[in-house]
Write a protein of this length. Structure first.
Length: 324
């Protein structure tokens, strides 16, 4: 374990997790990690509490102030199958390509979802797209949720992938989104900054109301207001899972159509309720992506127009006039 411990993730147990089972604790603080995955790592001796193996395995309870170490498992090998899935390519050269991802398209394969993804589509459409069997996320340097549309950059070789990942990690990529939210924020523009991690009571969700976690930073500006709703432009400085959806939900302005973090699909105002009920996905779109090309170092900026469903949503909201 000693060599691996140098690369482990370490967490200090806060008061809210005192006496919690080790598997539940880790699944709550780790992004993209399920309780089942944590339990497998415990059986592999890849989890330590204060540098010792948990005495009761997954049933071991953590205590306030404990240091919990977790070593991530090696990624599962999934063979990438090229599939003829339509995808709009905005730009490409020998190193990278930029796409306008449609809704209902998962970005990369995963255990239990081996195909039908953006990666499978790119393997079909791009002759020189590198698809090594030992990776399940070839070319992917950032992600959009399945139901989020918009601009994404994808690397076409390992060198470019490594350099693009570095740009994202060092916050040298400008990421802007459009979202339609419930309510009207108090300030016309602002910044939401918080700690960020898994929800303490629901491991499938994330929360900005945690006592420990990674930093999450979201900037926003109101572009237009409607009856009980707002169109906002958002710039992400960090890219945590579900960050925009969680930040606006936790500040009282959930995204219209969000089935996980959203508000009820009704309103006390009968003019608004049918509009909310008709929109079936988070009203979120990746609008603009700007970065320096890893090879040419030229500043590049790409945009994806607002998709038809969000455009129709905005038009319907404009047609509803608030009562005077």
């Amino acid at each position: 374990m000693s060599a691996d411990q140098e690369h482990s993730l370490n967490f200090i147990v806060a008061a809210e997790h005192h006496d919690q089972r080790i598997d539940k604790f880790l699944s709550s603080v780790l992004e993209d990690t399920t309780r089942t995955q944590v339990q497998k790592q415990i059986t592999r001796n890849a989890v330590l509490i204060n540098q010792k193996t948990p005495s009761k395995g997954r049933r071991t309870q953590v205590k306030l102030g404990d240091t919990v170490s977790y070593i991530k498992p090696e990624p599962e090998i999934i063979e990438i199958v090229a599939q003829d899935i339509p995808v709009e390519i905005i730009y490409q050269d020998e190193d990278l390509l930029v796409v306008n991802k449609p809704i209902d398209l998962v970005v990369h394969p995963a255990p239990g979802h081996p195909d039908g993804t953006l990666v499978n589509a790119l393997a079909h459409h791009i002759p020189d797209f590198e698809v090594p069997n030992e990776e399940i996320r070839p070319g992917i340097v950032h992600r959009l949720d399945k139901d989020t549309s918009g601009v994404m950059v994808v690397a076409k070789n390992h060198r470019t992938q490594t350099e693009l990942v570095s740009l994202f990690q060092n916050r040298k990529v400008t990421k802007k989104y459009f979202a339609v939210i419930r309510g009207i924020p108090k300030y016309w523009e602002g910044t939401i900054e918080s700690l960020y991690g898994r929800h303490p009571h629901d491991r499938k969700r994330f929360s900005s109301k945690v006592s420990q976690g990674k930093t999450a930073l979201t900037h926003y500006e109101i572009l237009e207001t409607f009856l009980g709703c707002s169109l906002v432009e958002i710039q992400l400085e960090t890219g945590r899972t579900h960050q925009i959806r969680v930040h606006f939900h936790d500040h009282g302005h959930p995204l219209i159509g969000d089935p996980v973090y959203g508000a009820k699909r009704n309103s006390k105002d009968p003019r608004l309720s049918p509009i909310l009920k008709d929109f079936q996905r988070p009203a979120l779109h990746s609008h603009r992506l700007s970065f320096r090309h890893p090879t040419t170092h030229r500043k590049m900026s790409f945009e994806a127009p607002i998709p038809e469903d969000i455009d129709l949503l905005i038009q319907r909201l404009r047609d509803v006039t608030p009562e005077s």
